[in-house]
Ligand binder design. Sequence first.
Ligand code: ASP
Length: 347
Amino acid sequence: MMRWVLWGALLMLAACAGSTEGASERQKEAAQMQEQEKADYAIVIHGGAGTILRENMTPEREKAYRDALNAALDVGEQILQEGGSSADAVEQTIIFMENSPLFNAGKGAVFTSEGKNELDAAFMSGNDLNAGAVGGLTNVKNPIRAARAVMEKSKHVLLTGQGAERFATEQGLDTVPADYFYTEDRWNALQRALQKENQGTGALLPADYKYGTVGCVALDKAGNITAGTSTGGMTNKRYNRFGDVPVIGAGTYANNATCGVSCTGHGEYFIRYAVAHDLNALMAYKGWPLDKAANHIIFEKLKPAGGGGGLIALDAYGNVTMPFNTAGMYRGYAKPGEREVGIFGEE
Ligand code: ASP
């Protein structure tokens, strides 16, 4: 009797794996994962994906982006090196990127169709699966601070609009006048989008669309993973639209047992494909390594569906992945003795 039960269990395992070949591949992957040593710490960031081509970029502008990515990594890496928490590293790194006009988050956020800036952000802790998010902020200087405050200081996960702003003010967060977020580049981008729309030539997303959301995921010395994302959303958005960023499981997710992830791209697709949670699920339920799971989502699921974008993620060992199916993605990572920043494809 016992023997039949065991055979039954084995047969079911083989069926789950799809084939004996699949099963041995899974065993190999599991063995590889067990052999790994945890990196002391790791940090990975993105500054948005899109039609970012070398031929459209001046050397000065390229240098400005590379410098900003390195400076953002410096902020987080120093905190992690000194034994600080991944939560502090993610928050401070994203604050740095929000304060830079180069990225579509905080100062430099894109404009809605009505010429306003409405900001979204999310923060998640892989230690206890606690999370906080805000949507549609118009006067909070650093939306990522508001998202972390929702996680740590409220009983809720997602606050939006005026209520979220009241909460942020009660928490003593810095507020700014609406024109603080203005940048000429983003204003001109809105004018171009409106013009195309009026001429009836505007697809929802022009061919040269650039997503500029920022995100950061960190693993600290204690083994805790935190993920955060912050954005102005998409140029010419309307009707109080939220993208994937404030939706936990779409643009942001963290679980110490699997991975932390932050996404950038056409938010509607990232919501529909529950991208950030899907990465966690492929690792948890299928036992896939980080890289395989991330590539599968970006290239096999999102790309054929027309969902442009990418993600950054790391796992409990500090392995890092940064796949994107657009021409480019501002990105970078650092861990002890290793650092890389990139903008274009195939760097
Ligand atoms: N994912 C963001 C959104 O849809 C846009 C971006 O990544 O830049 O709001």
